[in-house]
Ligand binder design. Structure first.
Ligand code: SF4
Ligand code: MG
Length: 317
């Protein structure tokens, strides 16, 4: 709720603060228990920072993060430590996030140890169980990350995230580094695990086609802001925000009978250190009006549960 993350920019010989990067700039949304909420946007739009701020791996500058009714931004380190059992993250690059010097048993066993499973044999048993849950085998436990393929390494990352039976998993581009053929296997696995363990995911991706299959709802971010959020079907069939429309027009259409008009956006994404006034998208928007460069559009429902931040829909609630 009202989540902001500003990073200071230091400059000059004295290293004084000369500005700030508004990586996440007043973002509000809810995640429903058991759902997969996709968050999509180009690199630098603030989607990873949003995910990490929710877990407080990055400290939010402002705003609330409510988990089961409690604002966790007020939690002290001990309360946060306990909460980390319930909230986990899976990273984009499974290789970088797995310690190359540790066996799989140690990697997956570590969160178990941290949360109080002192007995080594108990941990070993649980690690074997987790390996099987993600489609690997007990004998993989004694191996090292470099002995696995990219897809297998992401399975290890998923097993580690599942170790303490979390409720929410933030998936930060978990398949972006994988071959297309492996991507769908991992996505299918993640969907099965959600059903089996009643998980909730925030699934971050830069590609609308990746989240299309797996998400229940999808949010679109641009320059640190959420610009549209609704049910998957609605978003793909009736996108309201001009930026979403442009992103969708770039997704290849598998049906050759459907001819799509590609919307080409002018210019580059502006710097989040100096975002345009008003609607941050106005410098590239084909529908920009006078008001767009002056007043920031509110993120509000245009119809039931379809949120859009765009002046084209002002007064149509
Ligand atoms: Fe385009 Fe204006 Fe809507 Fe922004 S508010 S997306 S500039 S029409
Ligand atoms: Mg990222």
């Amino acid at each position: 709720n009202g989540l902001k993350k500003y990073f200071p920019i230091h400059g000059g010989v004295l290293g004084k603060k000369v500005g700030e990067v508004k990586a996440v700039d007043d973002v509000s949304f809810q995640v429903r228990p058991g759902e997969i909420l996709g968050i999509v946007g180009e690199s630098g739009c603030g989607k990873s920072t949003t995910g990490k701020s929710i877990l407080r791996l990055i400290e939010p500058s402002e705003g609330e993060v409510k988990f089961e009714g409690q604002d966790i931004t007020t939690f002290g380190s001990e309360e946060m430590r306990k909460l980390r059992k319930d909230m986990q993250i899976i990273f984009q690059d499974p290789y970088a996030s797995l310690n190359p010097r540790h066996t799989v048993e140690k990697i997956i066993g570590e969160p178990l140890l941290v949360h109080g499973m002192k007995s080594k044999s108990e941990r070993k048993k649980r690690v074997q169980e987790l390996l099987e849950v993600v489609g690997l085998s007990a004998y993989h436990a004694s191996r090292y990350p470099h002995q696995f393929s990219g897809g297998q390494r992401q399975r290890i990352g998923i097993a580690r995230a599942l170790a303490n039976n979390p409720k929410l998993i933030i998936c930060d581009e978990p398949v972006s580094a994988l071959d297309v053929s492996v991507q769908s296997q991992i996505l299918n696995l993640m969907e099965e695990l959600r059903d089996e363990f009643n998980l909730t995911y925030i699934f971050i991706a830069h590609d609308l086609s990746v989240v299309k299959h797996i998400s229940d709802r999808v949010g679109v971010m641009y320059l640190g802001r959420m610009v549209e959020l609704t049910d998957k079907e609605k978003l793909y069939e009736e996108p309201k925000h001009p930026y979403t429309q442009a992103l969708l027009s770039a997704v290849p259409e598998p049906d050759p009978d459907i001819v799509k008009e590609r919307i080409i956006l002018e210019g580059d994404v502006p710097s989040p250190a100096n975002p345009p006034a008003g609607c941050a998208f106005h410098t590239r928007c084909p529908f920009a009006m006078d008001i767009c460069s002056q007043i920031r559009p509110e993120f509000q429902p245009v119809d039931n549960q379809h949120f859009v931040a765009c002046h084209l829909y002002d007064g149509r609630q």
